[in-house]
Design a protein around this ligand. Structure first.
Ligand code: FE2
Length: 267
């Protein structure tokens, strides 16, 4: 295990109070979330620099700007989820590098499942997901939500509402999505926390659109993401904080630091 394995060990040892979830951010849309019973759920972990290779053909600077805080070989989660099959969300290099993939379950829409398979995950560990699906895993329930594709390279985008414990916090992760009022349908799961893309680039929600959707859903707090990983896809998250004040007054703004625990409680 490398020195970076220290963060994975710290996450595994971190105590999560009842009625709470602990979260760690790894840049872009990548998170690890931990339930009170110790279930570890990741979403959209991008733990390589594989997107750099896309830059040559597109003329974009897609070199990663956030350090890899946990190398794939050190990652140990129970449920590995992906919202859609873009490389900064379902990353073959990350998945191929997982040393513990024979103990994890993998969840995502079918194109992500194809990547799981091609990256060496055994069939019995792959669980397809779709908007409106419900997958229960130990003390975590995962509700699939709608997301509008941002381009025609992947037409199977989705989001997730993760619920930690039967009466614990519900966290809505939008995934990459274009603006549509259908995003408000996630409100049926009564999320306490919304984690939303804000970058506007590549046809994602802008900070203003994200704040509009958050205001219509009405969580306690909102966390911006997907504004930091690539030089050509950056936005100042303070713009989202300002947009929230105007479009979602009463919703708290929460910015996460990389690899720092954030504990959110419903009590
Ligand atoms: Fe993305």
């Amino acid at each position: 295990m490398t020195n970076s394995g220290a963060l994975m060990r710290a996450i595994k040892a971190f105590p999560v109070p009842r009625g709470s979830v602990a979260m760690w951010w790894f840049g872009q849309n990548g998170y690890i979330m931990k339930s009170p019973e110790g279930t570890l759920v990741s979403t959209d972990l991008y733990l390589s620099d594989s997107c750099e290779g896309l830059a040559a053909s597109l003329g974009l600077d897609l070199r990663r700007q956030v350090p890899i805080l946990i190398p794939p070989e050190d990652l140990e989660v129970d449920l590995y989820t992906c919202t859609h099959n873009h490389q900064d969300h379902t990353d073959p290099a990350t998945i191929e590098g997982l040393r513990h993939k024979d103990t994890m379950m993998f969840l995502g829409p079918h194109p992500s499942c194809d990547v799981f398979r091609a990256s060496g995950v055994e069939e019995g560990r792959i669980q397809p997901a779709w908007p409106q699906c419900l997958v229960e895993f130990r003390d975590v329930a995962v509700h699939g939500t709608f997301a509008l594709p941002t381009d025609d390279t992947d037409l199977n985008h989705m989001g997730f509402v993760f619920q930690f414990g039967s009466r614990g916090p519900r966290v809505y992760v939008t995934g990459d999505t274009d603006y549509t009022e259908l995003l408000v349908s996630a409100a049926r799961h009564k999320p306490d926390l919304v984690v939303t893309c804000i970058n506007g680039g590549f046809n994602n929600l802008s900070h203003w659109e994200a704040a509009d959707i958050v205001g219509k859903i009405g969580p306690k707090a909102a966390i911006p993401c997907h504004y930091d990983m690539f030089a050509d896809n950056r936005v100042d998250p303070r713009q989202f904080a300002a947009s929230l004040k105007l479009r979602a007054p009463g919703v708290g703004y929460q910015e996460l630091g990389y690899g720092e625990p954030f504990v959110f409680s419903v009590d």
